[in-house]
Design a protein around this ligand. Structure first.
Ligand code: SAM
Length: 248
């Protein structure tokens, strides 16, 4: 029986891949890739000639039976996504779940992950943290999601899209208070890598003032709620919000 390898690939800098990952990508019978054109660039950089098949969110469930047959025939498969670790806001869950249920071998090849890279330089507590993926695109749903976590004491990690960065930061100001520390980790491992840590109202002003900071790939790390902080407590923030709507 073959093995399904879950292979992390770079999140920008092509050198951020392990030697073992390169060897496995060379040795397997086929690479199941989220986007074969995108993975093609990585493969040609490392002169890897392995065949690629597309396995993405829209066909993953249909492809599972076929991939199962491949490992039953003794073929090894590598799953990769466009960047970073597969299954972390990327396809692969249904495939791994199905293989695990049948007892087929699934082996991780660890490597880059934007959330972990951002946490490692944010300077916020990492002993406990919460990974929340992307915030909802619509304002009301986004604010509700933020409100649910306003008293969360763990550091919270969000992936963010450049189209929504200003709206999301504004919602963090209104839902969590302007003093909440937030770290923007942008374009990690790439030429314009920027890591900026500020109270969220200041971060919003800083991002607004520089259109370059509104571009590229980004992670937001939000400091946990601190009970004994000098910041206004959550109920005081509620009162303030109410007052603001009443005052002229
Ligand atoms: N599987 C990937 C991982 O392990 O990080 C995440 C894939 S998710 C579809 C893409 C999102 O990850 C981007 O929108 C951004 O929020 C984050 N991301 C990916 N690469 C990044 C980078 N180089 N710098 C900052 N954020 C990045």
């Amino acid at each position: 029986i073959g093995t399904l390898y879950i292979v992390a690939t770079p999140i920008g800098n092509l050198a951020d891949i392990t030697q073992r990952a390169i060897q496995v990508l060379k040795d397997v019978s086929m690479i199941a890739a989220e986007d074969t054109r995108n993975t093609g660039r990585l493969l040609s950089h490392y002169e890897i000639g392995t065949r690629c098949v597309a396995v993405h969110d829209h066909n993953e469930q249909q492809k599972i039976a076929w991939l199962e047959q491949q490992v039953l025939d003794g073929n090894d498969i590598a799953l990769v996504s466009d960047a970073g670790t597969p299954l972390i806001n990327d396809p692969g869950y249904h495939l791994v779940n199905a293989f695990r249920a049948k007892g087929y071998p699934v082996v991780p090849l660890p490597g880059a992950c934007a959330a972990i890279a951002a946490l490692s330089v944010a300077g916020l507590p990492t002993d406990r943290f919460l990974y929340e993926g992307f915030l909802p695109a619509k304002t009301k749903a986004r604010q509700e999601r933020l409100d649910e976590l306003r008293q969360e004491t763990r550091t919270v990690v969000y992936y963010e899209s450049p189209h929504r960065i200003l709206d999301s930061l504004a919602d963090i100001v209104s839902c969590l208070g302007e003093g909440r520390q937030v770290v923007l980790a942008r374009e990690l491992t790439k030429t314009f890598e920027t890591i900026k840590s500020l109270p969220v109202a200041e971060l919003l002003a800083w991002v607004k003032a520089d259109p370059n900071q509104q571009k590229g790939e980004m992670v937001l790390i939000v400091a946990g709620y601190q009970k004994d902080s000098e910041l206004l407590p959550v109920d005081a923030l509620d009162t303030l919000k109410l007052l603001q709507t009443e005052l002229p």
